[in-house]
Design a protein around this ligand. Structure first.
Ligand SMILES: Nc1ncnc2c1ncn2[C@@H]1O[C@H](COP(=O)(O)OP(=O)(O)OP(=O)(O)O)[C@@H](O)[C@H]1O
Ligand SMILES: [Mg+2]
Length: 288
């Protein structure tokens, strides 16, 4: 008797995506035969060389695009289009410049399904809660151009969370930030995601990054993709205990995991930027 329970939040089953270019008349196989089960509350990072299909996968989970073949299921049901249950955040903030931070955060509540059953007061309270959560109190009446890059990304995160999705889809959300702001927001993201809460209370997160250290810091599992066509090369389990913010990098496993993941994508990453093979080092560092 099969007593197993399907506890997967998301399942990708043989997902393949090809794009037809009408001008060139050629077809690009962007993603091939991708299979992946993601549990509720898991934090998944996707890494891989430029062009390996990371954004394409995320867009299909968001319902903004559809697989050419295969199937994506959420809670056992096929995904047919976008929905408030899946919140998407991109690198470029996508804030509305004519609205204040507070108005941006409340946009989905005013105009979409997430706010339909809330009174104006409840919406306002919800916005204030998420403004507080991301540390923006005092800046809620500022416009995007009056905020730093890190603050704008906090607004985008608060807007995403205010809509109450159970899956967070994040496409290089910290990519445009300077190194220090990025470190701060990584720790903030872990706090907001709930790494100190029981796993059952966490949201499911899928986070694309080019930064392998960032992936190892954040993820329960890192999906390493290879390119032409985009496939899963390896799924690496990050067995570093939580909470990790501030301490994970001191764990001896951290560097080994970073090195292992880098070894999986190194040659393709060099090729993607036209740099040839990494096996021949360009120079030798010497210490005196
Ligand atoms: N709308 C589209 N039409 C045609 N080809 C596309 C389209 N979107 C993506 N592609 C192609 O599919 C492949 C995967 O693109 P995708 O944007 O998913 O890569 P990525 O891994 O997110 O890259 P990056 O790290 O640079 O963001 C690329 O070859 C890209 O040119
Ligand atoms: Mg991309």
């Amino acid at each position: 008797m099969n007593t197993s329970i399907n506890a997967n939040k998301l399942s990708l089953k043989g997902v393949t995506k090809s794009f037809f270019g009408p001008r060139t008349g050629t077809t690009t196989l962007a993603v091939a035969e991708m299979n992946l089960d993601i549990q509720t509350g898991e934090f998944i990072c996707i890494v891989g060389p430029s062009g390996c299909g990371k954004s394409t996968v995320l867009n299909m989970i968001a319902g903004l695009d559809h697989p050419s073949s295969g199937r994506i299921e959420k809670d056992g049901q096929g995904i047919t289009g976008p929905g408030a249950d899946r919140g998407v955040m991109f690198q470029d903030y996508a804030l509305m410049p004519w609205q204040t931070a507070e108005e941006n955060v409340g946009f989905g509540l005013r105009h979409g399904t997430p706010g339909e059953h809330l009174s104006a007061k409840q919406r306002q309270e919800r916005v204030a809660h998420f403004i507080d959560l991301v540390g923006l109190r005092g800046s809620e009446h500022k416009y995007p151009h009056q905020l730093s890059g890190g603050m704008r990304q906090r607004v985008a995160l608060a807007r995403l969370l205010a809509n109450g999705p159970d899956i967070l889809l994040l496409d290089e959300p910290l990519g445009a930030l300077d190194a220090q702001t990025r470190l701060i927001l990584q720790a903030e993201l872990l706090r907001i995601w709930g790494e100190t809460s029981p796993a059952s209370e966490r949201k499911t997160a899928i986070f694309i990054t080019h930064d392998i250290e960032e992936a190892v810091l954040l993820a329960d599992r890192v999906v390493v993709m290879s390119t032409h066509p985009g496939r899963i090369r390896e799924v690496v389990t990050i067995d570093i205990p939580r909470p990790r913010a501030g301490i994970a990098r001191t764990n001896p496993k951290f560097g080994l995991l970073v090195e292992h993941i880098w070894s999986l994508i190194r040659d393709e990453a060099y090729r993607a930027i036209g740099g040839g093979s990494s096996l021949e080092p360009a120079s030798h560092e010497t210490t005196h």
